[in-house]
Design a protein around this ligand. Sequence first.
Ligand code: CTP
Length: 428
Amino acid sequence: MANIVLGVGGGIAAYKACFLLRLLTESGHDVTVVPTESALRFVGAPTWEALSGRPVRTDVWTDVPQVPHVRLGKAADLVVVAPATADLLAKAAHGLAGDLLTNVLLTARCPVVMAPAMHTEMWEHPATQANVSTLTERGVHIIPPASGRLTGADTGAGRLPEPEELFGVCTRILQHRAAKHGGLAHSASRPERDGAAVPARGALRGRSVLVTAGGTREPLDPVRFLGNRSSGKQGYALATVAAERGAQVTLVAANPALPAPEGVTVVAVQTAVELEQAVEVAAKDADVVVMAAAVADFRPARYADSKIKKTHDPDAPDAAPTLELVRNPDILAGLVERRGEATSPVIVGFAAETGDAVGTVLEHGRAKLARKGCDLLVVNEVGVDKTFGLDDNTVHILRRGSGHVVDAGPASKHAIASAVWDAVQEIL
Ligand code: CTP
């Protein structure tokens, strides 16, 4: 069983951390709760002590001979911070160490999970987003906040996800770590942490690959966006398999609620334009680019700085607004167009097809391969109950020129990812 530090920030959602603590201890884990001073204004130390069965402190001046500010972090198999306030994210991003929790974050060499929770405005503020990007790039697993009712009557992005969801992420990370290390020996002497490169081993050793994943979101106003059903699972599986085969992997991830795969550098983005910029930078050194992200083809022509009210036109109180959309860049087409300028990566596209009166899924796939000009096209059938968010997938992998088709699945997205990399390796 694992040695876990549960950090708690000073937000109203601290009460949900009590349930997370319960789920962790009932699964047999040893949990030390490290709240901030302000967290104790929401839930008192006796509650944490009773639920964890361990003493609780917030500063580095208690039990000094035990050196708790170093020992706790070094001995942990997992540090999970829920809720992570804007203040705590900022302190963690900048390496401040004013209390016990921030010291633990600096000394931990195990996976670190942070679940931000705050008001929408604070979450969307560029300062918070920059801190989240910094932490993500360093390998911290950020569990994005859920949308819904906030502290007051208002709603929006910023809610702490439910304790069961946080528990699920922690469990998966611990299982992954146990599989990798053959157990959960408390990791004082283990130098690596998630997000660092894995040793180059396997068929993609020495290769640099870029994978995109998730679904872009195009904001309409501070609380609404146009999005799609992509969960990012297939892209994450592709990044995971590439890392397992020894590649250096950059994953440009659009809004997924998934932990960073081991040994993969994750760049978090929101919109198609942000995704394009991140791809442009990362594609420069890539031997392979896999565009698994579901990119929005259109975005709202204008962004409203404040929430669009139901009665937005006083002269027509019952009227609904008309949305004007503009085209987003076709990132895959851009990559194909620039191919050969400096480097010549193998380019893999994905096709989300439903099939219709004009053609079958495969027919649409072949036409798209011809149109897009990429080296491989992974065609999958999508729909409300198919592919999106599920763990299994069925695909046809089409190769440019020869038109060669490999059918893969129904199988786990990890197995599909292996089939895609097999096809890429043939071209390499
Ligand atoms: N893609 C992209 N930029 C876009 C839209 C899609 O780079 N603006 C990429 C996707 O990542 C995917 C491939 O193009 O690898 C095909 O995406 P899909 O949505 O199936 O194709 P579209 O070109 O948008 O065609 P349509 O929606 O008309 O089927």
